[in-house]
Design a protein around this ligand. Structure first.
Ligand code: NAD
Length: 479
């Protein structure tokens, strides 16, 4: 912790907020203050924007191979410092160290992936239909970007945006979530060490997100917003982006259905449920939010899931053997408590968990609810906690209709041993991603993203870099 930067990173220098303001960073496992970081205001944001705008032209001209090798070096540094970064993330976010190490590897992979994509940006030459005119097509960086990230994957949500922006030749202002600023500051230090030129990445940590971001979005110099966070904030930012016609990528909330058919392999389904529900303590946009289980296997599935969930060890993420860390803060935990209370009031049975432990920290136990009433609030709210809500269904058409009956469409999980059914159901689910007999879809090589109110655009995969590139077409008549 002692070496972790706590100042703003602007134009390649570490600086205090112009008014000297700082904000505390809390440890969710104890409620103690870990440290204070600079709390930027609009003046600081403008300086960061100036730096990004100034660096843009030269950065766009930098050879792709140079950009590629900076990312590759940053990848190597991150992997080499896995333990240090994992401890930092666990301290500010709460996830168990084993999961934090997993996120470091996942985060690093985005840099490796986009270091490989940076040198594959291509264009084209075509003869137009009249047989005479030619079309020259090139790709250019979209320009200075504003990147806004959430607290739940403090490192990976940053690299998933910075990787393609660096590869494409864009400069950036990164605004991390106020709960987890340290991982982003550490990332900035690593990129500087890897050779990223001054001004290409600027980081503003702030408790005043609205005041800091709105002028940038409305000002006309930021050409791209890449946002990961809640749908409500995404909708607000889309409206703010309209004035200056800022290009947007939106990775928003989810309400994932997890469907277990009568022909599913229940071992696979329970394993998948443990991952889809418990990865990151349930604080993931991809977390299974609604378990639809065929009536004939619902009791058995609920019993086995409750047994596995009940065996998990809850505690501070730094302690050996802990599977489930604290939730991010008291507000996050209060929301989970309210959703469980509402479901129980409407008749849900608590198979395991459901009781907030005494003592410091924001802990909540792994919980399984059966016979959940479809009118319960947790059916149309992201739970964002370790609570599995089980409902039953009788036939395929019915479960598809119910799974799609939500404004969100990020991911769905389907468990069946029948190939026909797997493909049929997947194609009818209104989601950007489907886990077939698996509870994990995230992979840097795959296009991550949702439909409906879960977002716009994709991150990762071959298409991830497209979000940071524009086309330019040259009309060339040949006589
Ligand atoms: P949030 O929307 O509250 O905050 C996300 C970010 O937006 C933070 O940096 C926050 O400071 C900032 N923000 C808040 N108000 C703002 C404003 N007025 N102007 C500019 N920035 C503003 O979300 P959160 O609680 O940090 O994260 C959880 C949410 O993120 C969940 O809904 C989850 O599903 C979603 N999420 C989505 C993905 C995805 O890839 N689809 C990944 C992770 C998390």
């Amino acid at each position: 912790m002692t070496d972790t930067p706590t100042q703003l990173f602007i134009g390649g220098a570490w600086v205090d907020a112009a008014d000297g303001a700082t904000m505390p960073v809390d440890d969710p496992a104890t409620g103690d203050i870990l440290c204070h970081v600079a709390d930027a205001g609009p003046k600081d944001a403008k300086l960061a924007e100036d730096a990004a705008v100034q660096a843009q032209e030269e950065w766009a001209r930098t050879a792709p191979r140079v950009r590629s090798e900076i990312l590759r070096r940053a990848y190597e540094i991150i992997v080499g410092r896995t333990d240090e970064l994992a401890h930092l993330m666990t301290a500010e976010m709460g996830k168990p160290l084993a999961e934090a190490r997993g996120e470091v590897a996942y985060a690093a992979e985005f840099f490796r992936w986009f270091s490989e994509e940076a040198v594959r940006i291509d264009g084209g030459l075509a003869t137009l239909p009249d047989g005479r005119n030619r079309m020259l097509l090139s790709r250019r960086p979209v320009g200075p970007c504003l990147l806004i990230t959430p607290w739940n994957f403090p490192l990976a949500m940053g690299t998933r945006k910075i990787g393609p922006a660096v590869a494409a030749g864009c400069t950036m202002v990164l605004k991390p979530a106020p709960q987890t600023p340290l991982s982003s500051l550490a990332l900035a230090a690593i990129l500087k060490e890897a050779g990223l030129p001054d001004g290409v990445l600027n980081v503003v940590t702030t408790s005043r997100a609205g005041e800091v971001c709105e002028p940038l979005l409305r000002g006309g110099r930021i050409r791209k917003l890449s946002f990961t966070g809640s749908t409500a904030v995404g909708q607000l930012l889309l409206a703010q982006s309209a004035q200056a016609v800022v290009r947007t990528s939106m990775e928003l909330g989810g309400n994932a259905p997890f469907v277990v058919f009568e022909d599913a392999d229940l071992d696979k389904a329970v394993d998948g449920a443990m991952v889809a529900k418990m990865r990151n303590m349930g604080e993931a946009c991809t977390a299974a939010n609604r378990f639809f289980v065929h009536r004939s296997v619902a009791e058995e599935f609920g019993r086995r899931l409750a047994e596995r969930m009940g065996a998990l060890v809850v505690g501070p993420g730094t302690r050996d053997g802990v599977d489930v860390g604290p939730l991010i803060d008291r507000r996050g935990r209060a929301k989970v408590e309210e959703l469980v209370a509402d479901a129980v009031e409407r008749g849900a049975q608590v198979l395991v968990g459901g009781r907030t432990p005494e003592g410091p920290g924001c802990f909540y136990p792994p919980t399984v609810l059966a016979d959940v009433d479809p009118g319960s609030r947790l059916m149309d709210t992201e739970i964002f906690g370790p609570v599995a809500a089980i409902l039953t269904f009788d036939d395929e058409d019915e479960v598809i209709r119910r799974a799609n009956d939500t404004p969100w469409g990020l991911v769905g999980y389907v468990f069946t041993e029948g190939l026909d059914r797997a493909l049929r159901v997947s194609e009818r689910l209104e989601v950007g991603m489907v886990g077939l007999n698996t509870g994990l879809v995230s992979n840097p090589a795959a296009p991550f993203g949702g439909v409906k109110q879960s977002g716009l655009g994709r991150e990762g995969g071959r298409v991830g870099i497209d979000e940071f590139l524009e086309y330019q077409y040259l009309a060339v008549p040949v006589r």
